[in-house]
Design a protein around this ligand. Structure first.
Ligand SMILES: *Cc1c(COP(=O)(O)O)cnc(C)c1O
Length: 219
């Protein structure tokens, strides 16, 4: 199937309240343009350099989402244009995003990444640390960032029950954080293999790559 057909099939299967992020990391601009021409406007990348290169070459009505792990010293390269940063997992990083956003007179939307997977290799804050962050005075002093939700990645496993429990944990974390910080609206969870399950568990934003663009080649 073509990229356009894949996109249409997925879009049609999503409930109206769920936003699709087309994860285009490692893919050439020609593939992204095929998705763009089929109507897709939100693209997700996991490397700041690659996202910046694509931003420069592509139409300016695209919303670029940074979905990967963010190094503080690289925030400056995307501060001018990034639409949503999914992987915020420390106050230090949020502070740097605030600083760089201010230089461009912008307010950048961010999601707090919550560690829901059992794997050591996955990044993220504990639900308790996220709650403490949102309640801190240091956080309320940051005027150029807006925390709009949470993001999480489930363990890489075939065990659907485990994945469901992890998604449920992210949903309940979102609910308790929203009681502190009523701005929250987004739960970014679900990828190609598990986005339907994620939606069942309350996801409002899915990050789908290989089901749209085909398998990635990392050579
Ligand atoms: C690569 C990536 C995805 C998309 O993965 P697919 O399995 O190709 O859909 C989603 N989220 C994050 C954080 C990723 O790095």
């Amino acid at each position: 199937m073509s990229i356009k057909q894949n996109l249409n099939t997925i879009q049609q299967s999503l409930p109206e309240h769920v936003t699709l992020v087309a994860v285009s990391k490692t893919k050439p601009i020609s593939d992204l343009m095929e998705a763009y021409n089929a109507g897709q406007r939100i693209f997700g990348e996991n490397k700041i350099q690659e996202m910046t290169d694509k931003y420069q070459e592509m139409p300016k009505d695209i919303k670029w989402h940074m979905i990967g792990h963010v190094q503080r010293n690289k925030v400056k390269y995307m501060a001018e244009f990034v639409n949503l940063i999914h992987g915020v997992e420390s106050f230090k990083l949020l502070k740097e995003i605030n600083k760089q956003a201010k230089k461009h007179d912008r307010v950048i939307d961010c999601l707090l990444q919550i560690k829901i997977a059992s794997e050591e290799s996955k990044f993220g804050m504990s639900p308790e640390d996220a709650a403490a962050l949102l309640q801190s005075e240091d956080f309320s002093a940051l005027k150029n960032v807006n925390v709009t939700g949470v993001m999480g990645m489930a363990t890489f496993t075939e065990d659907q029950e485990q994945i469901r429990q992890e998604f449920n944990l992210l949903k309940s974390t979102f609910d308790s954080l929203k009681a502190i910080h009523s701005n929250l609206k987004t739960i970014s969870m679900g990828m190609s293999g598990d986005y339907q399950l994620a939606i069942d568990c309350g996801s409002t934003m899915v990050r789908v790559g290989s089901s749209i663009f085909g398998a990635r080649n990392y050579n």
